[in-house]
Design a binder for this molecule. Sequence first.
Ligand code: GLU
Length: 440
Amino acid sequence: MSKEPESSDVVTTSQPDEDFNDPGQRFYRVHLDQLTQALDQVSIEDHVQLLLGEPKNEVIVNFPVKMDSGEYELFTGYRIQHNNILGPYKGGMRYHHDVTLAEVKALAALMSYKCALLDVPYGGAKGGIRMHRHKYSDSEIERITRRFTHDLGNNIGPDYDIPGPDMGTNSQTMVWMMDTYVNMHATIDKNAKRRIVTGKSLTSGGSRGREKATGQGVVYAIQEWANETGLRLDGATFTVQGFGNVGSHVGQLLNRLGAKLVAVQDHTGTIYNQEGIYPRKLAQWVDSEGGVKEYKGAEQIDDDEFWAVTCDICVPAAVELQIDEEVARKLDCKVIAEGANGPTTLGGDRVLRERDIDVLPDIMANAGGVVVSYFEWVQNKRSETWQLQEVDNRLNFMMKRAYHEMRAFSREHSVDNRTAALAVALKRINKVYVERGIFP
Ligand code: GLU
């Protein structure tokens, strides 16, 4: 059993062995290659390049939890803190069977660049537990979450490292985390440290608009792209991979702008309807049935056919490494808006460039989640509650600014959007390191 850390310095470090059968390792490699491409475009101090290549801290906790059956199971939880030069570490907690150290390392680094690009005063982190989320009852998930939070101890903190939701976790998970942390750090004021976690329910200190924020941000990014390229969203067609928190909101929000959802894929199957799938009804179906399979308002098609569906906008909003060279050759769309983190491989990007398919990269397109997490944290800190309109306006402003900074760099240096987005983020981080220097 792991002991509770006594200070925020207590971390364990482990180096993943290179194993390219592990998708997490491949993802980490793809991330480093993307970073190298961006580093070629900007002049970044050597020591800054060096330190960004590895996370600052890698926290791994192994902990037992009593299951409903009375038996104990041992879980491995991660919290990887990539960088905190711009502000406290920030990033989601993922509960998924593919979670590995290498995967979380890559995701933590993406959070640093996402926050830097959006000019949110946070660093980057990511964490999670390797588990088959659907095998566990709600009360088991509660005990797992509370014990994980306990064992992270002082490696997280309201001004040090602030977890948020990610795949397999939701506002309930965040509230359990918050409640555990607050009780561990007993004060008479139960609300003083609520900002330890974001993505909470509205009733427990969450922000209006946080639930849909990532999807809303994806749609704001698509709107900017559509304005720039002259595509009318009213009447445009789109496909979505993954119909969870990100995909289902993108579906509903784009539909409200008049765009037609023609195909959806998730882990249960693929559905298609040229006349349009009604996203709200599909979201209700997915809530009750657990996936898109056998949804009545569309026909079932082979999973292989999904990427070849003709549409204007394709939104991968599921897991990493989905769009490789082969898939990129099949795609019949004008733009990819990355709701997921890391959905495209290096080869995929190359083919997309050759084929003139635009990409709105993850750290730009899906930043809405962490931006509204930041708003939630600020509201908690100031004991304020903002109206939805205010949250949306501020989010729209920040998404637009990041979009245009990325596009300006891309035009000026003749590089793709992903390289440009990373380059803008790197420049921002580098500037602070140059000003502050390295201690001692
Ligand atoms: N999981 C989200 C992301 O990948 C946001 C996490 C947060 O709000 O901290 O950007």
